[in-house]
Design a binder for this molecule. Structure first.
Ligand code: C2E
Ligand code: CA
Ligand code: CA
Length: 256
């Protein structure tokens, strides 16, 4: 699919973007602890388009800032319905490099009345390795108002350990590639997974595993002491309305 700048710009202005939310759960009880907001594009002819098709384009065409701001504002508005949940939002390195990123986030929180302590920003190693002082200052000032930072796709970069030393993260999210490897091939992947979980725990970080699809993966992660799980085994990403129904169902099951 080829994307013209004007179409994506129009989609951002016209409210043709949608947010889906995927639950993040407690490993043992499966209780929902929070959700990750994941953007989609409701395209007039292509249907619902996945973010991998347009986030890179938005970055290349200078549209990631308006797109990212829309995502953050919408997530804060939607999440007022779920006062017990934390909300994770993905942030592009290009957003953080803007001089006014922390002011923009603070303004969106004020405008939507959303509590900074419930917001978590997911960044990739590319942002963390960014030597740009602007990014570091923005992250430091956002942490001061209570926003948490998660290192996304942990284990896929080339210097994961160094990143952890340099940067004040609250959480690591283990990339789903490690779930695939541990699924069947045994041995090494399990050792690596155990190591990452122990490392994160020793550093005082919350450790989340992504892409959990099978019960045996859950069992292994529970045994290894992982703090939070996310994946199709528990729930697919879904609309805010469906999440409301999902949570109502989970509460009924939980209290029955
Ligand atoms: P991510 O941040 O690593 O998000 C997790 C992706 O894994 C999501 O794909 C989710 O649907 C998928 N996933 C969740 N559980 C499972 C599972 O059990 N198995 C498998 N195979 N996949 C699972 P999605 O929604 O297509 O998003 C792809 C990527 O697009 C995200 O990866 C993130 O990097 C980016 N993205 C999504 N929303 C935003 C956004 O608002 N802003 C920015 N900058 N990037 C975004
Ligand atoms: Ca993410
Ligand atoms: Ca990820």
């Amino acid at each position: 699919m080829t994307i013209a700048r004007k179409d994506l710009a129009l989609a951002i202005d016209n409210q043709d973007l949608r947010l889906h939310y995927q639950p993040i759960v407690c490993p043992r009880s499966s209780r929902v602890l929070g959700v990750e907001a994941l953007v989609r594009w409701q395209h007039p002819s292509e249907g619902l388009v996945a973010p991998d098709h347009f986030i890179g384009v938005a970055e290349a065409l200078d549209l990631i800032v308006p797109l990212g701001n829309w995502v953050l504002r919408q997530a804060c508005v939607d999440a007022r319905q779920w006062p017990d949940l934390r909300v994770a939002v993905n942030v592009s390195p290009l957003q953080i490099r803007q001089g006014d990123f922390s002011a923009t986030v603070a303004a969106i929180l004020a405008e939507t009345g959303f509590d900074a302590h419930r917001l978590e920003l997911e960044i990739t190693e590319a942002t963390a390795l960014d030597n740009d002082a602007t990014s570091h200052d923005a992250i430091a000032s956002l942490r001061r108002i209570g926003i948490r930072f998660a290192l996304d796709d942990f284990g896929t970069g080339y210097s994961g350990l160094m990143t952890l030393r340099r940067f004040p993260f609250d959480k690591i999210k283990i990339d789903r590639a490690f779930m695939d490897m541990s699924d069947g091939e045994g041995g090494d992947a399990t050792v690596i997974l155990d190591f990452i979980i122990r490392l994160g725990t020793a550093l005082g970080l919350t450790v989340t595993a992504e892409g959990v699809e099978a019960r045996d993966q859950q069992d292994r992660l529970v045994e290894a002491g992982c703090d939070e799980l996310q994946g199709f085994l528990f729930a697919m990403p879904m609309s805010a309305t469906d999440l409301g129904l999902f949570l109502a169902g989970a509460r009924t099951i939980g209290t029955a």
